[in-house]
Design a binder for this molecule. Structure first.
Ligand SMILES: Nc1ncnc2c1ncn2[C@@H]1O[C@H](COP(=O)(O)OP(=O)(O)O)[C@@H](O)[C@H]1O
Ligand SMILES: Nc1ccn([C@@H]2O[C@H](COP(=O)(O)OP(=O)(O)O)[C@@H](O)[C@H]2O)c(=O)n1
Length: 242
């Protein structure tokens, strides 16, 4: 009798606009894996703080409230979902108000402790923090994307990828995405993105950082399809033949 192969865990980290979400979703879909957007979880807790009148500039107030919201992620790469206290948060977590506040909230150790626990539980396929439908479905593994997945959340991941791209390329990608929604010109988008990178890289608790054993992929000159192909190949190289 053949035993099922152990689930594969892929960690994809990097700064904003390097292609983490698009790459991770496509890789997960192609390989039949689940997908977790950890940035969406930090955005969700930030949205809850803003909606509940918590002063996000006050780390003590943020820490005291960190355990309150119930955040649930759906991990189907074709239809990822996120709810906070049962309400769909997919739209509100992408506003500029949340984007501007998320680095301050995610720098608070109590927030990181809470969200890291959820992420590990989702990666392990247990119930906490996951849509019940995802727990019931058989899974070959998961692609988890964020800032500290390879260094802190899942240091034993089978494959760690660190995506980079020039600030110009990243700002152009983000600006193209925002056009028609929240209005922001290229220079404003670039400045906001670099400010968030600096805050994420400079914080004490689990900063944005390449893990020593991560494969770095510079996506500046690559199409999304090329990045996906590169990561799929790296995952397949990790898997025993058969
Ligand atoms: N290699 C690439 N070349 C061009 N555009 C890309 C590439 N990778 C991603 N994009 C686009 O850039 C934007 C940001 O990508 P996203 O995956 O959300 O990045 P991140 O999750 O790292 O912030 C999206 O509109 C996406 O379609
Ligand atoms: N693993 C993670 C993921 C996100 N984050 C925080 O959440 C924010 C939003 O992450 P995101 O992935 O949605 O950001 P984008 O690059 O997609 O805009 C980041 O700027 C970090 O402050 C984090 O601290 N750790």
């Amino acid at each position: 009798m053949q035993t099922a192969p152990a689930p594969v865990i892929v960690a994809i980290d990097g700064p904003s606009g390097t292609g983490k979400s698009s790459t991770s979703k496509a890789v997960a879909a192609e390989l039949g894996l689940r997908y977790l957007d950890t940035g969406a979880q930090y955005r969700a807790i930030t949205w809850w703080m803003l909606s509940n009148g918590i002063d996000v500039a006050d780390p003590t107030a943020v820490a005291a409230a960190a355990g309150k919201p119930v955040i649930v992620s759906g991990t189907d790469p074709a239809r990822p979902t996120i709810t906070v206290d049962g309400a769909d948060a997919a739209g509100p977590i992408r506003t500029q108000e949340v984007t501007a506040a998320v680095s301050a909230v995610s720098a608070v150790a109590e927030v990181r402790g809470r969200i890291t626990e959820l992420q590990r539980s989702i990666a392990a396929g247990t119930a906490e923090g996951t849509d019940p439908a995802d727990v019931a479905a058989p899974s070959r593994g998961i692609v988890v994307e964020g800032r500290d997945i390879g260094t802190t959340v899942l240091p034993d991941a089978d494959l760690k990828v660190f995506l980079t791209a020039s600030p110009e390329a990243r700002a152009a990608r983000r600006s193209g995405e925002l056009r028609g929604k929240d209005s922001a010109d290229l220079a404003t988008t670039r400045a906001a993105l670099l400010k968030r990178d600096a805050a994420d890289s400079g914080r004490k608790a689990s900063p944005l950082k390449k893990a020593d054993d991560a494969v770095e992929v510079d996506t500046t000159e690559l199409t999304l399809e090329q990045v996906v192909e590169c990561v799929v190949t790296l995952v397949r190289e990790q898997q025993p033949a058969g």
